[in-house]
Design a protein. Structure first.
Length: 468
């Protein structure tokens, strides 16, 4: 498999700084502070990318605003994981014709995973003439250059050609919030699960150097961030491409030893690469959250094979069992696809029985959505949509019952919570295992603090409590 990674050089980054400067000068000659709006669809990886896009736009002199109306630049950072995600983007993109009519100099950028598909780029070219720039995730670092081009020439920019993969270090970042931070440790995916578009739109797996990741984490911890999530499509294969003898568990251990009060999280883990060593590392360092998001996708071995997942039900259950043996309080969550092509009723019931056996704290459930160019999209899929909806509802009912039971077990206990938000008059926070907690309290005093909370009540989705 091709693993050639393109590392963006300091000279190339410096050239982008040059564009930033020219754009800042252009606006200051006009005596205007321009505004930019970035809308994010999809996963945390995209959230992290959007923080870099905002950072680059700020370097170009733009002030970040929170609506498309009136903004000088609008960026849609898109997701291609399911049909529904793409339809939402096309709908919202259509609506931008009106904002642009009212503000004709507005520049519209479409980027992210949708822009990694040639058929999408073609549709944008043909049917969305108000989109000025369309680029895939490999070209994110070139935002200043593209912006300069559309401000100065009446041309559209399309940078959607496929490349194996890019790593650009040292990009500015405008982080949302001061408590939680995302840190991408790797990009892309090599797994080619048969239903999934990600490897096609994000390129081959490539890891950032351990020292770059550790430096970023140390900076965040010193800046007072309390909750750090390491991101990758499959963090368990971190480092394999670097040949340094550093695996994900090693990286996690290094970061956990940085001085300061913080919780360390990570996602996502592919069960085929999750190791006992990783569970051991988690149990050894008290600041690594006892939460494991371990997407199983299906509980049936034939379907897992058709999905190209490279593990079976028994191997998966062994991982869960080992995790619980070293951390009895570990929280497992998972992703499940219902209605994969050819899934029979009995095969679906294997998924139900697996969920019943594992008893996840929470599940992210999806109805299979065919993605153009993936192997599963050309598999026969005779199951009617209504039947898939019925299966989906059965799974949801089961999980809601389990989540409720799990949440009831918290009532009467005292747990450590990081307060990180508000909901009406109440504060909100997360337990180590990522459970949402609502509690009364003074935001001035408690925001960003780890505090013990006595749990007094619960719903299927959240807990309520009182600070101790
Ligand atoms: N890298 C992660 C998942 C990224 S996508 C992993 O391997 O676990 C997040 C979830 O979207 C997947 O776990 C899967 O459950 C779901 N998903 C991906 N492609 C899908 C498709 N074509 N239809 C429905 N759900 C899909
Ligand atoms: Fe998609 Fe599979 Fe890669 Fe996850 S591991 S991003 S599901 S191909
Ligand atoms: Fe979507 Fe791309 Fe993430 S397809 S789920 S935004 S990696």
């Amino acid at each position: 498999m091709e693993t050639r990674t393109i590392i963006i050089t300091p000279e190339q980054m410096h050239a982008q700084d040059g564009y930033c400067q020219r754009i800042r000068e252009l606006w200051s000659q006009r005596g205007i502070t321009p505004t930019a709006y970035v809308e994010t669809y999809g996963c945390q990886q995209n959230e992290a990318d959007s923080e870099q896009i905002r950072g680059l736009l700020e370097n170009c002199g733009y002030s970040i605003c929170n609506q498309a109306e009136g903004a000088d630049v609008v960026v849609f950072n898109t997701c291609a994981i399911r049909e529904h995600a793409e339809q939402r983007v096309f709908g919202n993109l259509g609506a931008l014709t009106h904002t642009k009519r009212r503000h004709p100099s507005q520049k519209i950028f479409l980027c992210g995973c949708m822009a990694g598909q040639e058929h999408v780029a073609q549709r944008i070219r043909r049917s969305y003439p108000h989109v000025d720039v369309c680029f895939n995730p490999h070209h994110l670092w070139q935002v200043p250059e593209y912006l300069w081009r559309v401000l100065n020439r009446k041309e559209r920019v399309f940078a959607t050609e496929e490349v194996p993969g890019v790593i650009a270090e040292g990009l500015p970042q405008r982080r949302e919030g001061k408590i939680k931070a995302w840190v991408s440790i790797m990009y892309g995916c090599n797994n080619f699960c048969s239903y999934c578009i990600v490897p096609y739109v994000r390129g081959r797996e490539r890891s950032r150097k351990p020292e770059d990741v550790i430096r970023e984490c140390r900076y965040l911890i010193e800046a007072g961030y309390k909750d750090i999530t390491l991101l990758g499509q499959n963090v368990n294969s971190y480092g394999k491409d670097l040949g340094l003898g550093v695996d994900f568990a090693d990286l996690l251990a290094e970061i956990a030893q940085i001085p300061g009060e913080f919780t360390l999280r990570f996602m996502t883990s592919h069960p085929k690469d999750a190791s006992f060593k990783l569970f051991d590392t988690m149990s050894k360092y008290p600041n690594i959250a006892h939460h494991f998001h371990l997407p199983v996708q299906s509980g049936n071995d034939r379907i897992l094979k058709e999905m190209n997942r490279h593990y079976d039900r028994a191997q998966y259950l062994k991982l869960v069992e080992y995790g619980r043996s070293v951390m009895p309080d570990i929280v497992f969550t998972s992703d499940i696809i219902v209605g994969f092509p050819g899934e029979t009723e009995e095969e679906f019931e294997d998924t139900l029985s697996l969920c019943d056996q594992v008893r996840y704290d929470a599940l992210f459930t999806f109805i299979y959505s065919p993605r153009k160019g993936t192997p599963a999209a050309s598999m026969p899929d005779p199951t009617p949509k209504e039947e898939k909806n019925r299966r989906f509802d059965r799974l949801l009912d089961l999980q809601n019952r389990i989540s409720m039971e799990k949440h009831r077990d918290y009532v009467g206990k005292t747990v450590r919570v990081l307060v990180d938000g508000t909901d009406g008059d109440l504060l909100t926070g997360r337990t180590d295992g990522g459970r949402l907690v609502r509690l009364p309290g003074d935001p001035e005093k408690l925001m960003g603090q780890f505090i013990p909370v006595h749990i007094t009540g619960c719903t299927t989705w959240s807990l309520t409590g009182e600070p101790v």
